[in-house]
Design a protein around this ligand. Structure first.
Ligand SMILES: Nc1ncnc2c1ncn2[C@@H]1O[C@H](COP(=O)(O)OP(=O)(O)OP(=O)(O)O)[C@@H](O)[C@H]1O
Length: 287
């Protein structure tokens, strides 16, 4: 049984300045219960677009996405009840405490009071949130906010969890704790879709990885399968080889070329921003 089925998904944006942007082109994959499915790609690859379509926040231009048996276009309410979505932009309200925020979302999902109370206590225990129970959003550190966002995504105990670069901006300790929580959720049978541009995260956490670049999946499989297929042990080398090949085919300056003009970069990231989690600079955004 598959928790998430993506078939031939395409998404075009009409951008006033840049014209038509093809963000996704013929994307297909499936993800099952009890696995972390990783979307690994640099900035602009189409990760957020994919996850926002799965979360019913965006309509695809064509193709189909099914979550927990529900079609994202025609059954959006059922899809929303089936997922927990968390990204670095998930809002934490300044004037609510941690407890109030999680409770608020539980009520929005229609949980009865007694069920909600039990669920909140379980989550506050699991995520070690009791010490921030009465802290206002405005007074929270990034790590505290992240915990609230995770609790908010889990409050209705959904079978599918979608994490869009959840460790962005977190220090290494908070990021590790979050990855551990995600692994535990997977072990409990949740289907987790996880996007990242950090190689080490993908290697450590993901049961299967899809390498996404310019809206297309260049390769997908378990890490051992990818290593075997491309005869390359190092995920970063494998990643660069795939991307360089696409750029050569498109007649564009290769990523490797751009890289050679930069400072040596950390071997664990591909992206634009300075990554606070690994402290590593990364590559230029593809244009
Ligand atoms: N609302 C929008 N209007 C126009 N173009 C967009 C819009 N949202 C995304 N894009 C473009 O679509 C492409 C894919 O973007 P997307 O945000 O999905 O990638 P990503 O892999 O999540 O990257 P990042 O790591 O930077 O978030 C990029 O070229 C981006 O500029």
């Amino acid at each position: 049984m598959c928790s998430v089925v993506v078939e031939n998904l395409a998404k075009h944006y009409e951008d006033l300045r840049r014209g038509r942007i093809v963000a996704l082109e013929g994307l297909s994959f499936v993800a099952r219960p009890g696995e972390v499915f990783g979307l690994l790609g640099p900035n602009g690859a189409g990760k957020t677009t994919t996850l926002r379509i799965l979360a019913t926040l965006l309509r695809p231009t064509s193709g189909r996405a099914v979550v927990n048996g529900y079609d994202c276009l025609t059954q959006p309410d059922e899809v929303r009840r089936s997922i927990g979505f968390m990204s670095v932009n998930t809002a934490v309200y300044d004037r609510m405490t941690a407890w109030e925020m999680v409770e608020y979302f539980g009520l929005l999902y229609g949980l009865p009071r007694d069920v909600l109370r039990a669920r909140m206590e379980e989550l506050f225990n699991r995520l070690r949130m009791w010490e921030i129970r009465d802290v206002l959003g405005a007074k929270m550190s990034t790590g505290m906010k992240q915990k609230v966002s995770v609790a908010r995504a889990l409050i209705h105990d959904p079978p599918v969890l979608i994490f869009d670069e959840p460790t962005a901006g977190l220090d290494v300790l908070v990021a590790r704790a979050l990855l551990k929580t995600i692994a535990e959720l997977r072990d409990q049978g949740k289907c987790v879709i996880f996007s990242t541009h950090i190689m080490r995260e993908a290697e450590k956490l993901c049961d299967r990885i899809a390498i996404l670049y310019r809206g297309k999946i260049l390769a997908a499989g378990t890490l051992p399968e990818l290593r075997e297929e491309y005869r390359e042990h190092d995920l970063e080398e494998l990643f660069f080889r795939l991307i360089t090949q696409v750029e050569l085919e498109n007649g564009q300056p290769t990523v490797a070329h751009q890289e050679s003009r930069r400072e040596p970069c950390d071997r664990n990231t591909v992206g634009t921003e300075h990554d606070t989690h690994t402290g590593s600079p990364a590559l230029n955004r593809p244009t």
